[in-house]
Structures are given as structure tokens and as C-alpha cells.
Design a protein around this ligand. Structure first.
Ligand SMILES: Nc1ncnc2c1ncn2[C@@H]1O[C@H](COP(=O)(O)OP(=O)(O)OP(=O)(O)O)[C@@H](O)[C@H]1O
Ligand SMILES: [Mg+2]
Length: 277
């Protein structure tokens, strides 16, 4: 089996691949090498496997750059993060081309063509998962995503956002009355922690959603948008992204286990290379 390890800015994901994806594991990213070895060791233990069962390791993710070419005696191949995101996105959906959006600490939008042979970084935004954690730390006194989501579920974005209805008083262009005119543009004195949490998740989802919809339009991949990364599993955010895409005639999907897309893509790339030679 091949183990894919994605050392991201926030979390390190490990996945085991044979002819399919077999097992998954996430740990927080601390020191990149310690996190990679920790995720690998924990995954093997979970599967009741040993180091001798590993054919090769595929390393990817922003913080994998400084990792060595052998880990615990096993060959470790580095795969570029954008390529891993792209190949993983196709593998998980069965598409031959797609716009794959890595929603992690930051957000990267990757155009993938020709079954993954052509990969282009279309753009992205720094308004991502890290933004949620950073703003919540100061405004809500927590960095726990589960707590932030729990608060947001009880919140009302209308207490913090200025809507189209507030400003224009009627729908305008593609916008309905309740759509956002200005994120945090109202910020009522009555806004509580719940409303602020809802406002943060809404803002991040709306920024990503609009950007993705534009990128899908520009590339023509309007029926093939794939949302991956751990932030794609936070439904309050991904549902917002999907809703904005839908408004713009773009269909976005969230594959199951999408947070492992980058790790899977790296492992699949190394597996294919080994089968070729
Ligand atoms: N269970 C979770 N644990 C940690 N972060 C989560 C979780 N669920 C959702 N998130 C959100 O996902 C973000 C991290 O996503 P992910 O782990 O995919 O990023 P990354 O791969 O570490 O970063 P990048 O790809 O930008 O280098 C966090 O900033 C947080 O907002
Ligand atoms: Mg990532």
C-alpha cells in the first residue's frame, strides 16, 4: 500500500491506498516531520499494519517542503500540492476534468483537465478556515471550530450583516432582499457571540462562494466544481458556497471524506508513477 500524507497549515492528513482508499487519519500540524510521522504511525496502528506493509510514502501540503526523502527507512516522494488537489478531486468524483477548490486554512482553486495531466492554479483567497479561527479567537474567545459552529447555529446574521433589503429595499440584479450587501456592515449593539459566529462563517462562505462561481464561469467548468479540504466539511460554510454557486448557475459538490482529497491525490500520483515504471 501507499501512504499519502498531506501536511497542511492546520492539520496533517494521512490516507492508505491500495486499489482504493482504505483508511484515514488526521492529527494537528505541529512540527511538520513529527506530524507526518505521527499521522503515519497512528494510521498503521489503526489498520494493524506494519512499516514493511508500506511500498512508498507520498508527501504533499504546504508544510511538507522541508521533509526528507526517506522517512523511517521508506522512500518518500513529494507531490506538488496543487497537483495533489487536482488528481485527488478527479479520483474522488470520477470526473475527467473539474474545478477543485481546496478549502483549508487558506483557499486554492485548481483547474484540472485531461484526466489530471493538465493542472492550473486559477487563484484563491486568504479568507478561509484560518480566518474563522483567527477572528473567533479575538471576538469569541475560542479557537475550537466545533464550538464556533455550535454558536453560529444559534446566531442570526441579520444582526451583523447589512442586507440588500436594508439598503436598497428591493431585490437588485441577482440579489434577493435577504442577501448580504455588507458583511458586518450593520453590527448591531445587540449582536451576541452567536450572531458574530454566524457572521464569520457566513462571510467566509460568501467570499469563497463568489470567487468559485466566477472561476467556474471563467473556465467553463460550471457543472464540475468539487469542494474539498476540512473547511468543506463545515456545512454552514460549504452550504453557503453551494448556494451562491447555484445562484450563478454553477453546480458544486462536496465528496465524502473530501478533507483527505490532497493526501489521496498525492498517493494516487505516486501509485500511478510506480505502475508506469
Ligand atoms: N475538525 C476540524 N479540525 C480542524 N479544523 C477544522 C475542522 N473542521 C473544520 N475545520 C476548518 O478547516 C480549516 C483547516 O482545513 P484543512 O485541515 O483542510 O487545512 P490545511 O490543509 O491544514 O491548510 P492548507 O491546505 O491551507 O495548508 C480550519 O482552519 C478550520 O476552520
Ligand atoms: Mg490543505
Amino acid at each position: 500500500m501507499i501512504i499519502g500524507v498531506d501536511v497542511g497549515g492546520s492539520t496533517t492528513k494521512a490516507v492508505a491506498i491500495t486499489d482504493k482508499a482504505e483508511a484515514y487519519l488526521t492529527v494537528a500540524t505541529v512540527d511538520p516531520l513529527a506530524s507526518a510521522i505521527g499521522a503515519l504511525g497512528a494510521l498503521l496502528t489503526k489498520m494493524s499494519k506494519e512499516m514493511v506493509d508500506i511500498e512508498a510514502i507520498a508527501l504533499t501540503g504546504g508544510r511538507s517542503r522541508i521533509l526528507p526523502e526517506r522517512i523511517l527507512g521508506i522512500e518518500a516522494f513529494k507531490v506538488g500540492e496543487l497537483e495533489a488537489v487536482g488528481i485527488g478531486g478527479l479520483y474522488m468524483t470520477g470526473f475527467s476534468e473539474a474545478l477543485v477548490v481546496s478549502m483549508g486554512t487558506g483557499v486554492a482553486i485548481v483547474e484540472v483537465r485531461k484526466h489530471g495531466r493538465k493542472i492550473k492554479h486559477v487563484g484563491g483567497t486568504g479568507v478561509g478556515g484560518g480566518t474563522i479561527i483567527g477572528l473567533a479567537k479575538k471576538l469569541l474567545g475560542t479557537t475550537d471550530i466545533n464550538r464556533i459552529v455550535k454558536l453560529a447555529r444559534e446566531g442570526d446574521v441579520k444582526k451583523v450583516n447589512l442586507t440588500v433589503g436594508d439598503i436598497v429595499g428591493r431585490p437588485i440584479g441577482i440579489l434577493d432582499l435577504e442577501d448580504t450587501a455588507s458583511n458586518f456592515g450593520k453590527m448591531s449593539d445587540e449582536a451576541g457571540e452567536e450572531d458574530i459566529a454566524a457572521g464569520i462563517l457566513c462571510m467566509v462562505g460568501e467570499v469563497i462562494g463568489m470567487l468559485v462561481a466566477m472561476a467556474a464561469g471563467a473556465t467553463g467548468l460550471t457543472d464540475r466544481v468539487v469542494l474539498v479540504g476540512k473547511l468543506s466539511q463545515t456545512r454552514l460554510v460549504s452550504e453557503k458556497v453551494k448556494k451562491i454557486c447555484e445562484k450563478c448557475g454553477v453546480k458544486a459538490i462536496v465528496p465524502e471524506k473530501g478533507e483527505y482529497c490532497t493526501a489521496i491525490g498525492a498517493a494516487v500520483k505516486v501509485k500511478r508513477l510506480r505502475e508506469t515504471f
